[in-house]
Design a protein around this ligand. Structure first.
Ligand SMILES: *[C@@H]1O[C@H](CO)[C@@H](O)[C@H](O)[C@H]1NC(C)=O
Length: 243
């Protein structure tokens, strides 16, 4: 009986339900090297790499075509040729990833007098398969540059020492809040949504900022994510949520 109980408690205390919102995209430029086939190498002459200007235009065209068909990228040839050697040729290859914000929903203690959650890193990048949490990696967004807060250009160093969702505890801090108040409500922003933990069973939608145009809504869950319409506000317990 006891070991069984211990296992259940362990699972409950580490399981984090992660909520997320897609907020943009990240372009990472990775330096990629690949082996140059003999037929390509032959076209460049056997004396080793020369400055770009010393090759005839048709050789340069051939090389660009090879890079494009072999790797599916346009690359600046000048940079590429600076890094080649007899074996391989290197170029900067941009990869586009999905940028998400994430937060742990948290949990209430047995008597609902304590609410705890993991303060996880805020920004994550994801490849196409969003369900595969193991492939998520957090990114230090302040090392990236952006002009519109949607598309970020990130150096590889922005992923240094990053966590995956599988080792989340490593880069998170556990927070605990006294939730003994009857209508305890704790809300956090998550992109355009809100992540709410509440003991209230009913919330109120206020439409167009008009306190006479209100609609009560039942809250089926204690912890949930909600996205409001632009014109709406919502009051839950002691919190007022705005778009
Ligand atoms: C939590 O807050 C209540 C009042 O809201 C207080 O009576 C209680 O002692 C607090 N508990 C802790 C552990 O601080």
């Amino acid at each position: 009986m006891f070991p069984y109980l211990a296992i259940i408690l362990f699972v409950e205390s580490t399981a984090a339900e992660i909520f997320s919102e897609t907020v943009g995209k990240v372009i990472v430029t990775q330096n990629t090297c690949s082996v140059m086939p003999h037929r390509v190498w032959k076209r460049l002459g056997s004396s080793g790499p020369k400055p770009l200007g010393e090759y005839p235009p048709e050789t340069i065209k051939f090389l660009m075509t090879w890079v494009h068909t072999a790797h599916g990228v346009e690359s600046r040839l000048e940079n590429m040729l600076l890094k080649w050697d007899e074996q391989s040729i290197c170029f900067d290859r941009p990869t586009t990833l999905i940028l998400k914000k994430a937060a742990d929903g948290g949990s209430f203690s047995d008597f609902m007098n304590k609410f705890s959650y993991l303060e996880v890193p805020e920004h994550w990048v994801v490849r196409k398969d969003e369900d595969d949490l193991e492939s998520w990696r957090n990114v230090k967004i302040d090392e990236c540059s952006t002009t519109n807060d949607v598309t970020y250009h990130c150096p590889e160093s922005a992923f240094k020492d990053s966590c995956t969702q599988a080792d989340l505890e490593k880069c998170s801090v556990r927070m605990e809040i006294n939730s003994s108040e009857d209508f305890f409500t704790f809300s956090r922003r998550l992109g355009r949504s809100h992540l709410v933990a509440t003991k209230a069973l009913i919330g109120t939608i206020i439409r167009n900022g008009n306190i006479f145009d209100v609609k009560p809504v039942e809250l089926p869950q204690r912890i949930f994510k909600i996205t409001l319409a632009k014109t709406d506000m919502m009051s839950i317990g002691t919190s007022l949520l705005k778009y």
